[in-house]
Structure formats: structure tokens, C-alpha cells
Design a protein around this ligand. Sequence first.
Ligand code: HEM
Ligand code: UGT
Length: 350
Amino acid sequence: MKTQAHQFLKHFFEEEHKDPVDFHNRCSEVAAEIEATGTYSLTYEELNYGAKLAWRNSNKCIGRLFWKTMHVRDCRHIQQSEEIADALIDHIRYATNQGKIKPTITVFHPSVRIWNHQLIRYAGYQVGETIIGDSDSLAFTQQCERLGWEGKGTPFDVLPLIFQVGDEEPVIVRIPPDVVLEVQLSHPEVPAFTDLSLKWYAVPIISSMKLEIGGIEFPAAPFNGWYMGTEIGARNLADEHRYNQLPAVADLLQLNQKSASSLWKDRALVELNVAVLHSFREQGVSIVDHHTAAIQFKQFEEQESKKGRDVTGTWSWLIPPMSPATTHVFHKPYDNTKKSPAFLYQPNPY
Ligand code: HEM
Ligand SMILES: N/C(=N/c1cccc(CO[C@@H]2CCNC2)c1)c1cccs1
């Protein structure tokens, strides 16, 4: 830990052009604290900067241009369940901001663990051979039902929050419906598109990853940005094993689904993604198309290079799932070296 702490503090003091004397003093203070207690506490300033660095280091993220603008909410002092529940619901309200989404992270005490993959997500139910809702949520929905939650059984039931403090019993909390902003999907040129009764939630808030800064680990540090349209239109609503909506969209457009070579899937995919971007914009909810996101990522690469920093990335994640070769990302390699601070995977707590 001492080495990781030293490395982090070195970056922090150098990049923030702080006084080397202060750096030396802080290192001695941290070394002493580790000696005495086996760990150390980050100042708010170090936590704030470390969380932003973790985003900047996220190889799979195309949205990193805005890494400096993230709002960091320090909730490390909270350990009572009611306060944790309130802090989670406050994150959703604050980040949603009536649609003008604010990239935000809330950092909890290391003993807290959130069971949700995302704070807002739809339930998935196995009904005989068919699946209602989001198949990605099957296992988590079963945990919610085991803990007494009952959904309505619709394809868009918002799941409750489940979190745990240390080894205490997990706590299950319903999210007040007025806190959850959703976007009903319509198409600018196809009025019948609304007959599909499709919608999606506005704010993606990842709550299953661990934040690591200077050797300190925070298993509960939910973070949000805004969506890139393809995540909803080319994956969540399009994948056969998810909401599988391409045939229904193709029916609407009266496309010939008999032959693959009619490219009916590709035409349905484009119109579904047009509908997602149109609906979010029309309802005043932040979203980015995959072309603009790639242009912003190019600006991030240039900005980092000017600062003398190498951009690392995971090519297979950085290319968008739709028309990838129309972006610059597709046509260059990326160094997938892992840096710290970082967001890390951790095993499911259930
Ligand atoms: C501001 C708007 C943002 C956009 C448009 C954006 C976009 C994306 C997209 C499209 C992915 C790939 C997701 C997938 O394929 O399932 C991704 C991954 C990721 N993003 Fe961003 N992002 C944004 C903000 C953030 C923020 C604020 C953080 C953290 C502070 C973040 C951290 C990550 C991480 C850790 C991954 C990889 C997740 C994994 O390994 O499962 N992103 N991002
Ligand atoms: N737009 C986003 N998209 C994602 C970012 C990270 C992860 C995910 C979901 O990843 C799942 C696991 C692999 N694909 C789906 C989506 C953001 C969520 C939180 C901040 S930005």
C-alpha cells in the first residue's frame, strides 16, 4: 500500500503543481498513518482528484474528454442505512438535474457494498420459456424478490436499491418513482413508432464497480455520465437476448425480413437509434450520438498528448457497436495498459 500511496501522491502533487515540501510532509504523514493503522485516509482534495483520474484512466470509456468536470460527493462518513439510502436517492436527483445530466460520483465508506449493477435498471422475469423485461437483470431481480420485493411484471419495472454495510443484513429500498426520469421513444418521421410503447431511463449510474485510489479501495462508489445513443438503440433494445426490438421496428417500416441481404436489420437498427437520439433531445435529456462521442474522444487524445500523457484504451470497447468504421477509433490501435487510480470489477455480493 505504501508504494501505491506514494505513486498516487506523486502524481497528485506533480499534476496539481503543488509545493514539493508539502509533498514530502504529506508522504511522511501517510507513511506514519500506514505504520500505525495499516491504512490511511485520503483528504477530500485527494479523493476528488483520484476519482477524476480513475475516469481518465478508464480504458473502455469513450466519454473521457470531460473527466475534469465530474462532481465528487464524499459520503465516506455515512454508515447508517437510512442515510445511505438517502445519499443514493440524492445522487439520482442531483445527477438527473431535470435532464441536464451532471457526471457525478458518490464515494461511500469502504464497508458499504451496493448489490445493483446500476442504480436505475429494469427488472427481468423468467415466465415459462419467455423472459419479460431486461434479461441482464434476471439474477438481481430474483435477489430482490427473495428479499420481499414484488414487481408488477411489466417489461419496464424499475428495480429497488439493495445495499449492505459490512456483514449486516442487506437493506432493500424502493426508489420514489418521481425521482426516476424516463424517456418515451418516438420517431421524427414514423408516427406509428410510439405503438411499440418503448422507453428507457435517462441516467446510467454504474454501482457495481470498485474505485481504487492510492491503494485504498471503495467497493461502493456509484458513478454516472449520460448515455451514448447506441447503448440503448444498438444493444439494450436491439440485442436478441435483451429487448429484441429489430423485427418489430422492421414490421413498422414494412421491410423484407425474408432475406438477410435486404439489410432489414441494419435499416431497423438505424431507425431505432434515430428514435433514441430524437426522443432524448426532444425531452431535454442529455445524450450523445456515437459520431460526436468519437470526435470528443479525438479531442481527449489530443488534449492528453499536449499534456505529455499517453492515452490508453481497449479498442474493442471504444469502437461503437454501430457503424464503427465511420469513426477514427476503428482505424488505430490502442495500448490497453491498466493505470491507477482505476474502476475495477468485483465479484457479485450475491
Ligand atoms: C459523460 C458521459 C459518458 C459517456 C457518453 C460514456 C460512454 C461510455 C460507453 C459507451 C462505455 C461502454 C459501455 C458499454 O459498452 O457497455 C463506457 C464505459 C465505461 N465508462 Fe464511460 N462514459 C461517460 C462518463 C463516464 C464517467 C463519469 C465514468 C466514471 C467516473 C465512466 C467510466 C467508465 C468505465 C469504468 C467504463 C467501463 C465499464 C466496464 O468495464 O463495464 N464513464 N463509457
Ligand atoms: N454511458 C454509460 N455507459 C456505461 C458505462 C459503463 C458501463 C456500462 C454498462 O456496462 C455493461 C457491462 C458491459 N456492457 C454493459 C455502461 C455510463 C454509465 C456510467 C457513467 S457513463
